[in-house]
Design a protein around this ligand. Sequence first.
Ligand SMILES: Cc1ncc(C[n+]2csc(CCOP(=O)(O)OP(=O)(O)O)c2C)c(N)n1
Ligand code: SF4
Length: 295
Amino acid sequence: MSSVVETPALPRFQPGDYKSDLKPVWCAGCGDFGVVSAMYRAMAELQLEPWNTVVVSGIGCSSRLPGYVEAYGFNSVHGRALPIATGIKVAKPELNVVAVGGDGDGLAIGGNHFLHASRRNLDICYVLMDNEIYGLTKGQAAPTTPSGDKTKSTYFGNPEPSVDPCELAISFGATWVARGFSGDMKSLVDLMVAGMSHHGFAFLNVMSPCVTWRGDDQFKVMKAKLRSLPEGYDRTNRAAAVPYLREKEVLTTGVLYEAHEPSLLDRLEGQRTNAMVGHENLTTEQVLEVFKPPF
Ligand SMILES: Cc1ncc(C[n+]2csc(CCOP(=O)(O)OP(=O)(O)O)c2C)c(N)n1
Ligand code: SF4
């Protein structure tokens, strides 16, 4: 009897299949290269179909990322990645929706949308590429620029207190919140896979150095501040992350918070189902008559 050795089937998509024909124009050494590479690997791990996936961004160096991914993409308007991602998810819930952008895009002009996207808890994975500066417009202070830091717009040192994006996401109602580093590929891929698989709004804050406007040692500075969560950390406790996020000079990485709650679409579907009890066999015209506003 001849023995047939079966070769295991290769996955349908390899990381390289998600690489578009567009060559990134980021500066050599920009942390965003690590983020897009991690995204190719995470997409391959999840075997996401490019034709069922959309990557949406605002404006900024980091917001160029959708152009480098072989999927649907939308490099939209400054600060508007999340409302556009929300519209896409509501109109086409079957799509995998990933939103990306910078700390300026997402926390300054787009800060209001971050609040509402977090609390609506739609199935969107939001990757915030945090270089603590406005890169594209040449180095002005952003909401994550540490207080006291000199930038092009804060010559005597940043007079404003900075915000922690993860603390904001947790208090706004995001149901999965994590922090990674663009220089730690393995952990970043794992975080992206987990965030993209999460049911609900997943927020991933990726520390991603800007070598041009934050100094070419920002990589080292960020790396020196990274700390992992301790063994036994309870990520289901909403308040547990806060002390770690408020530690000065420390950037805590890993999954800080995770909860399993209905998304906005689940809640709407629940309302629709309840409202239809007793009206199951009606025609569309009859449904419109039953639910006519009483004025
Ligand atoms: C309505 C509007 N306001 C301001 C700008 C100018 N602008 C473009 S990108 C940007 C900030 C980009 O910073 P960030 O989102 O942190 O991305 P990075 O370039 O650092 O990746 C600003 C202020 C704009 N394009 N549109
Ligand atoms: S300016 Fe900064 S954020 Fe923009 S591409 Fe260059 S290194 Fe990256």
